[in-house]
Design a binder for this molecule. Structure first.
Ligand SMILES: CC(=O)SCCNC(=O)CCNC(=O)[C@H](O)C(C)(C)COP(=O)(O)OP(=O)(O)OC[C@H]1O[C@@H](n2cnc3c(N)ncnc32)[C@H](O)[C@@H]1OP(=O)(O)O
Ligand SMILES: O=CC(=O)O
Ligand SMILES: [Mg+2]
Length: 536
């Protein structure tokens, strides 16, 4: 490492098997350069997020399409870059954490793309984030064969294209510090993946591709675009080598889809309808805005409620107007060993993918290899011989700000079962996350950081609004803490020893029952529970 950086940069995480192959002096220097160049802007943008949230909460700002960027929206002449190699056909994308087995299984799943996830599906332990980079490094070099429980894992002939999802701007990587402050987790994940693999991927006829999570504005997209330009320049790669698909998963970003594509246009590959974080963002943004914004039981907030349809149809229209792929989201149903439950799950996923394909999406996500065939069948049917539906412009779609904000259109009710389920799922998920697992099957559904955020935020919102349950009972602190203890006891009996349920309870109480709603449950929990003793 360069002398100057040597004493400014400190790796505080413990050594692990082959970590030195990822945390090389040159790779760390690259991350440090990114951080030096962009940490200040990141902090400013996080500050801007916080201030905007306060303005919206106080009624000072009303969400709408931005007047100052009208010209970008109305200008029909600009388009994003053409699809890069390996991203022309995205009809099925599998998502999942980057552990070694999942890596091989996802690449072999038959999906066109694998979203290699450091965000919603990953508990960001030091082991997971560096180990995940190592697995990607090995997979890209086809040097990952292993045997587990008698089963041979080796990458097949037609692996999925890898699209890595770094952690969002809100997170830091505390195990790497520059001048004593932790590096941005986004820049850490992006930087290591790009540094080690970009040239190799290009040489293989693919490229360094990314999903960008949890953006709240086009200014954040501009920051990413500048990061990409900087990174490409540093490695001597042509501008536009990187491709990024942005998750539209916050309510504020839904008003800036054109602008986000515009900022990233030389690197943009599309937008994705990240439904779970989107719902989380709605609750977070309007949680204290009164009963008109109270969402019903999580199970009732489906993709067919009017405000979710408005968001997804606008996304397809915006993408196709600009030559960008529109990628559908995650149905939470996963395969089960119980044939009846399994049949229901497959049917639910089929319906979800049929709606997306019919709306014009170019492909969609699945959470499990067993769901690849159903998604593929549905998209094969609408695509015929075409790789995408970019020609489907959806000029019929007209979506207003009111449509996007019409939360009351969800209908439905809040029930005891819905409230207990949120408590139970949040506790189980946080317990798994604290033990290093970032996505888990709970009650036959895929749960991850985004769905757990919904669970705890709904409890906060119902409590804050003194919402009445379907049977007339008001949601009070006494009611919730009573049910919290009951749910906890039943989970303890179910999971037995070795859990982190006491810590999970503490995190739940802090993030769901406090006066203020913390922006993310993961930020505080990460700092307190996932960092090694060496970090302090
Ligand atoms: C809101 C959002 O951001 S959605 C995107 C983020 N969330 C995700 O990516 C979730 C991805 N999915 C998963 O993590 C998993 O499917 C879970 C946790 C939901 C269920 O996992 P499991 O309980 O292990 O499922 P199951 O036992 O059925 O797995 C069967 C096999 O499929 C593999 N598998 C399951 N899901 C995946 C996946 N997403 N990618 C690759 N392989 C997978 C398992 O490794 C296992 O392999 P094996 O037979 O070689 O041992
Ligand atoms: O990242 C996807 C989501 O639904 O959240
Ligand atoms: Mg998400």
């Amino acid at each position: 490492m360069a002398d100057t950086l040597d004493h400014r940069l400190q790796v505080a995480g413990p050594a692990g098997d082959r970590f030195d192959e990822i945390l090389t002096p040159a790779a760390l220097e690259f991350v440090a350069k990114l951080d030096n160049a962009f940490a200040g802007r990141r902090r400013d943008l996080l500050d801007a997020r916080r201030r905007r949230r306060e303005r919206i909460a106080s009624g000072e700002e009303k969400l709408d399409f931005l007047p100052e960027t009208r010209a970008i929206r109305n200008d029909t002449s600009w388009q994003v870059a053409p699809p890069a190699p390996g991203l022309e056909d995205r009809r099925v994308e599998i998502t999942g954490p980057t552990d070694r087995k999942m890596t091989v299984n996802a690449l072999n799943s038959g999906a066109k793309v694998w979203l290699a996830d450091f965000e919603d599906a990953t508990s960001p332990t030091w082991q997971n984030v560096v180990g995940g980079q190592l697995n990607l490094y090995d997979a890209i070099r086809r040097d990952i064969d292993f045997t587990d429980k008698g089963k041979r894992y080796t990458i097949g002939d037609d692996p999925a294209t890898i699209v890595a999802r770094p952690r969002g701007w809100h997170l830091v990587e505390k195990h790497v510090r520059i001048d004593g402050r932790p590096v941005s987790a986004s820049l850490f994940d992006f930087g290591l993946y790009f540094f080690h693999n970009a040239r190799r991927l290009v040489a293989k006829g693919s490229g360094p591709y990314f999903y960008l999570p949890k953006l709240e504005s086009h200014h954040e997209a501009r920051l990413w675009n500048d990061v990409f330009r900087f990174a490409q320049r540093e490695l001597g790669l042509p501008r536009g080598t990187i491709r990024a698909t942005v998750l539209i998963e916050t309510i504020t970003a839904a008003f800036e889809m054109d602008e986000i594509l515009y900022e990233l246009r030389e690197h943009a590959a599309g937008l994705n309808a990240g439904r779970w974080d989107y719902i989380f963002s709605l609750i977070k943004t309007f949680g204290a805005a009164g009963s008109d914004f109270v969402l019903p039981d999580r199970a009732d907030v489906t993709m067919t409620v009017p405000f979710m349809r408005a968001y997804t149809e606008l996304l397809v229209q915006t993408c196709h107007k600009r030559g960008a792929h529109a990628i559908g989201g995650m149905a939470a149903f996963i395969p089960s060993k119980d044939p009846e439950v399994n049949a229901t799950a497959l049917e639910k996923v089929r319906q979800d993918k049929e709606r997306e394909a019919g709306d014009g999406f170019d492909g969609s996500w699945v959470a499990h290899p067993g769901l690849v065939p159903v998604c593929r069948e549905v998209f094969d049917e609408v695509l015929g011989g075409w790789p995408n539906q970019l020609g489907k412009l959806r000029e019929d779609v007209v979506v207003t700000a009111e449509d996007l904000l019409d939360v009351a259109s969800a209908g439905g009710e809040v029930t005891e079962q819905g409230l207990r389920n949120n408590i139970n799922v949040a506790l189980r998920y946080i317990d798994a996350w604290l033990r290093g697992t970032g996505a888990a099957a709970i009650f036959n559904l895929m749960e991850d950081a985004a769905t757990a955020e919904i669970a705890r935020c709904q409890v906060w919102q119902w409590l804050r609004n003194g919402t009445k349950l379907a049977d007339g009972t008001a949601v009070t602190r006494e009611l919730v803490t009573g049910w919290l203890d009951e749910e906890l006891a039943s989970i303890r009996a179910d999971l037995g020893d070795g859990t982190r349920l006491s810590d999970a309870r503490e995190i739940f109480v802090e993030t769901a029952l406090g006066e203020k709603l913390p922006s993310f449950l993961t930020t505080g929990a990460y700092a307190r529970y996932l960092t090694s003793a060496t970090v302090g």
